[in-house]
Design a protein around this ligand. Structure first.
Ligand SMILES: [Zn+2]
Length: 316
């Protein structure tokens, strides 16, 4: 018994045949084409290659995709990067190309990564988990009583769009003041750049790392500076950590989870991000002194969390 997991990313399609324990047996990686038909054809091709190479026991295809997935777990209702994914039955389009040999289950990418952490990573053994992926934006996944919570329209766990600041910065979603404007990889760059402009006398290291051109400053440079003890790098992490803490406190007011699992590239700095997040979580949590506090930990399932989650969810 195996599954084919597919992760449609912004630049690449990663795929893997996984065994009954969601362990990866064989991998594929191809660039993501810009149009929907070519994406479907690539996935069908990978499926046929997998079968031809001996994986004749594939029971389902689990697809992780960035965008809004309908409650039917088949339809892309909207995706910012692929305009034709508008109420688009992605499951049916892929299914048609493989003769409907196996079911094709679509899930939101943050849900897949969060579920991967729940079944095989830092969230394992918890009952109520919230996963936050700090990437370009801020992705969320919610597990309640051991089940992924999708909401009534498939739109649950959009925690990056919690309205944190009334009339705040304009978000890519069109609203203002969303959490991901203040806690994400993009926000990290923003806070670091604004600090360089305000305190050029302290910006020596960050300016070195970006080659003297502040517009070229990127998240990994800020991470490196912070890990070296650079004051502005640490300032930028304190800011996104504070907002991460505030976002988790707002989430806890609704869900009261036992654990928050923080994933994404920036969490590689560990406590540089997690300490200000924990401090501000406790600070903004309702009844903070008189209640249990959720653990706040870094993700452990790594880059394959999305594939592992997609593989596991495909058969649930
Ligand atoms: Zn938003």
């Amino acid at each position: 018994m195996s599954t084919l997991a597919v992760d449609i990313g912004g630049t690449k399609i990663a795929a893997a045949v996984c065994d009954a324990n969601d362990s990866i047996i064989q991998r594929w990686r191809v660039p993501t084409p810009m149009n929907a038909d070519a994406i479907n054809e690539n996935i069908a091709k990978i499926y046929h290659e997998a079968v031809a190479s001996g994986h004749t026991d594939i029971q389902a295809i689990g697809v992780s995709a960035a965008g809004n997935v309908g409650a039917d777990r088949k339809t892309m209702t909207f995706a910012a990067n692929i305009p034709s994914w508008l109420n688009y039955d992605l499951s049916e389009h892929i299914g048609a190309l493989i003769g409907h040999a196996v079911p094709v289950v679509i899930e939101n990418d943050a849900n897949c990564a969060g579920w991967g952490e729940y079944v095989h990573g830092a969230g394992k053994g918890s009952r109520n988990m919230v996963a936050l992926t700090v990437g370009t934006g801020l992705g969320g996944a919610i597990v309640i009583n051991g089940e992924l919570y999708r909401g009534s329209f498939g739109m649950a766990a959009e925690l990056g769009h919690l309205p944190m600041v009334p009339d705040g910065d304009t978000c890519g979603c069109g609203l203002r003041g969303c959490a991901e404007r203040y806690t994400s990889g993009s926000a990290l760059e923003h806070f670091a750049k604004s600090a360089v402009r305000r305190r050029p006398q302290d910006a020596k290291r960050l300016m070195e790392l970006c080659g003297g051109d502040i517009t070229k400053l990127e998240g990994p440079m800020v991470s490196q500076a912070a890990q070296e003890g650079d004051v502005l790098g640490l300032y930028a992490f304190n800011k996104i950590g504070e907002w991460l803490g505030r976002t988790m406190a707002a989430t806890a007011a609704v869900l009261d989870p036992d654990i928050f699992v923080i994933g994404g590239g920036v969490v590689a700095v560990g406590d540089i991000l997690l300490e200000p997040a924990r401090y501000n979580y406790a600070r903004f949590l309702e009844g903070s002194a008189y209640r249990g506090h959720a653990k706040i930990v870094a993700a452990t399932a790594g880059q394959d969390a999305g594939l592992i989650g997609a593989a596991n969810l495909a058969l649930r």
